[in-house]
Design a protein around this ligand. Structure first.
Ligand SMILES: *Cc1c(COP(=O)(O)O)cnc(C)c1O
Length: 364
């Protein structure tokens, strides 16, 4: 075949990828991206500005991010050699897709497994890397079923398994016993428990990392209040970290993010933890208030957002919310999330405005 266009050189899977879409609008009440609604106090911001002003931006950043890695390892109770840092967890998902691309014996393609519905980047990144997608459907309570997970592993032989817990967009934790059963019975795959929402639930499989070389855990600073920094981490076996590190760009974390993240984990730690506690309290208030609205199913959440299912046409409701300045995530599409919207817990004022607007739309 004569190649007539660069298009023919593209990975064919790429044509099928639906890009991650982020709405461009500036809205008064932005509750669509699971961000922390609070910023740092004025004192902390002034302190941060002074610290960042001292950085020599004419120099490349520390390619090993030594100080940040030490601060994170210390806060997690692990060794720095167990930590891989990325430009968000998103980058690390890409590193795993690059590294774990070797097809298992007798197959033409490596596979990645994750529950569905879950985090869109597992699908998008794996697809863009030409990996086979193994999506294990969650049950009606959004729970992972051991028989389905183990059956899919047996049939598809995935190299990497992602377990987001708490899961996005469903909000619940996956059953730790099921995850543990998969980890213990599948030494031939890397299982990654994605704990992006750890700060709002507190439960973790991190201690299992020491006993299981085939287990790693994701953590990120994004959901706890520093989404703009783009700092995420994988914690796992030092051998795994060493191999993945070869695929990492040496300067993937810029100097400003390295220093700011280090301060977030040390000097600003208590302030950020206080914000997370406030969000958890407000999550429960918002859930209760949502349950009072007509035709509403409110799923329990261990994260900083709430998944709801509406009896009304959810896409229409979403449009009307947006028209009145409230942006949430529209998940309404044929399939398990039909009729669903996801709302991030905002400030009390934002939550109130969302509730009033939604009630107005539903009661009309
Ligand atoms: C938001 C989110 C991430 C992304 O984390 P970044 O560090 O911002 O890239 C990862 N996993 C899940 C489940 C998320 O919801």
């Amino acid at each position: 075949m004569r190649v007539v266009s660069w298009r023919d050189r593209l990975r064919p899977e790429l044509w099928a990828v639906q890009a991650y879409s982020v709405p461009a609008q500036e809205v008064p009440v932005k509750l669509d991206a699971n961000e922390n609604p609070y910023h740092l106090s004025d004192d902390a911001r002034a302190d941060l500005a002074r610290e960042l002003a001292r950085i020599d931006l004419n120099r490349y950043p520390d390619p090993r991010a030594t100080r940040l890695k030490e601060a994170l390892a210390e806060s997690l109770g692990v060794m720095p050699e167990q930590v891989l840092l990325g430009c968000g967890v998103d980058e690390i998902i890409g590193l795993l897709a690059t590294a774990f691309a070797r097809p298992p014996e007798g197959r033409s393609q490596a596979a990645v497994m994750y529950p569905w519905p879950s985090f869109a980047m597992f699908r998008i990144t794996s697809q863009a890397h030409g990996l086979r997608l193994v999506e294990v459907p969650l049950d009606e309570a959004w729970q992972l079923r051991a028989d389905r997970a183990l059956g899919a592993i047996e049939a598809e032989d995935p190299g990497v398994i992602f377990f987001p817990s708490p899961n996005n967009p469903t909000g619940n934790r996956l059953d730790p016993e099921v995850m543990r059963a998969v980890i213990e019975s599948t030494p031939g795959a890397l299982t990654v428990v994605d704990e992006a929402y750890f700060d709002f639930c507190g439960s973790t499989l991190l201690p299992l990392v020491h006993a299981h070389p085939g287990l790693a855990v994701f953590r990120t600073l994004s959901k706890m209040g520093l989404a703009g920094l783009r700092v995420g981490a994988l914690v796992g076996h030092p051998d795994l970290v060493r191999e993945l590190d070869k695929a990492r760009q040496p300067y993937n974390l810029n100097a400003l993010s390295q220093r700011a993240a280090e301060l977030a984990l040390t000097r600003f730690k208590d302030e950020l933890a206080g914000q997370a506690r406030r969000i958890v309290v407000d999550r429960e208030k918002l859930s209760s208030a949502l349950r009072e609205l007509p035709g509403m199913t409110v799923f329990p959440s261990d994260a900083n957002f709430i998944l709801i299912r509406l009896a009304a046409n959810a896409s229409e409701v979403w449009e009307k919310l947006l028209a009145q300045g409230v942006l949430v995530r529209n998940l309404d599409a044929p399939g398990p999330l039909a009729g669903c919207l996801r709302v991030t817990v905002g400030t009390p004022a934002e939550n109130e405005r969302f509730l009033e607007t939604l009630a107005g739309i539903l009661n009309r």
